[in-house]
Each structure stands twice: as C-alpha cells, then as structure tokens.
Write a protein that binds this ligand. Sequence first.
Ligand code: ZN
Length: 253
Amino acid sequence: MPHPARPTAATKPRSNGKMAERHAPGSRAQAVYKALRRAIIEQALKPGVKLPEDSIGEQLGVSRTLVREAFGRLAIEGLVELKPNRGANVAYPTLEEARDVFEVRRGLERLVAENLAGRLTPAQSAELEAHVRLEEKAHEQDGPESIRLSGEFHIRLAEMTGNALLLRYVQEASSRCSLILAIYGRPHSSECAVSEHRQLIEALRAGDAARAAALMDHHLQSVVTRALLAPRGERDLRDVLAPYALSEGLTPS
Ligand SMILES: [Zn+2]
C-alpha cells in the first residue's frame, strides 16, 4: 500500500559525496527533503523519534537551514512534527488522525479508479501488468522491495490519471498511511495482495468504473485490516488495543 515515490538519482543512497556537489542549491533542498521523507516512510526513522537538525545536517552534508526547510515541507505532509523550542520529531499520529487519513485515502483512490476505468492505453495496461509481475516476484522474498512496489502501484495509477493535484494528494495520503502502519501495524505490513491488484487492472480494462472503485475501496480496507490485526510479539496495551479501537471507531481518552 503506501509508499514513497519511485526512487530517483537524488534519493538513492550515495556511494560517495560527489553527487551532492553536483546538486544546485534548489535541488539539494529537494534531495534533503526526499532523503528524509524516504527514511521516514521506509520506517528507518521511527515514528516519534527526535530529528536533531545539526546531526542530520552533518550526515547529509548540508546546512541546518536546508534541513529546517525540509522539516517544514514534511510537517505540511504530516510526517514531521515541529514544536516551538523543542525541535522536530517524526510525527506520531493518533488513532483519530489515523482514521481520518484512511478515510481520505480511500476516497482519493476511488476517484483514481473511476477516472481510469476504460481509459487505460495499451501501453499503460502493459506497464501495470509488468508491475504486478514484479510484485509477485518480490512477494516471494518478503522485504522492502515488496513494500516499495506495492506502494508504487498506487502512485503509478494516480499518475496515469494525468491529474497532478490528485497525484499529490494520493502521494501525501499514502505517505501518512505508511507512518500510521509503522505505529499501529505489524512490521512491514504495508504490502498489498497482488491478486487484488490484478482484479483492479481487469476492472479498469473492462471500463467498469463502479466495480473498479468498489475493488479499490475493498482493497485498501483489507490492507488496513490485515496490517492492523496481524499479531506481532510483545506489545504494550496501547499498541495491542489500537487496532481494535480503530476498527470500532473508538478513541482513547
Ligand atoms: Zn495495493
């Protein structure tokens, strides 16, 4: 399900410092933002963790100003929390916020499905087929590759609508979902069922907008259910009860 956008040269881990020198100031800011965003979404930086400007700046070889700028963008996207005089943390969304995010994401992606039904070009259709085959392969190995591909499927669909605003909102909602699943879901719980992606492609090809939207809705709901109800080792009471509260519409007092 949720995931970072396709990695670009700027977000790929660097093997040396040369690439950083080639960045113009604007694109360096973009690179810092992308690196941090990806680290949060891939759960390398855990929810709630402190983000010290100075050491992050040192690690990425950039000024604190650029780091602060990236924090500002990430805060707008709900991935970072900025507190006056207390610096920045990776955000830790509440259950109530989690419910809101899932609801918005389902609405947005229903729109994507309705929009694409009957409108996929043969090339787009072939691309989605190839993507799903990659997902199947990656699924056998169960790792970050599988999570990344699952998310990219949804982002590619949003891109194919040609609606830049819809793409931006889908990306933002799916980033927030990743963060939420990192808190309330089992580890690496963001993978989608590949068979459901296949069904979705078929409905889009058949031009059945209502079915495509319903499939998308069901798919996103089941991703959340699978992720949140799957057991994992020792957890504190808050984590244990969170998925049950979420599914029943309850909020901790
Ligand atoms: Zn999916």
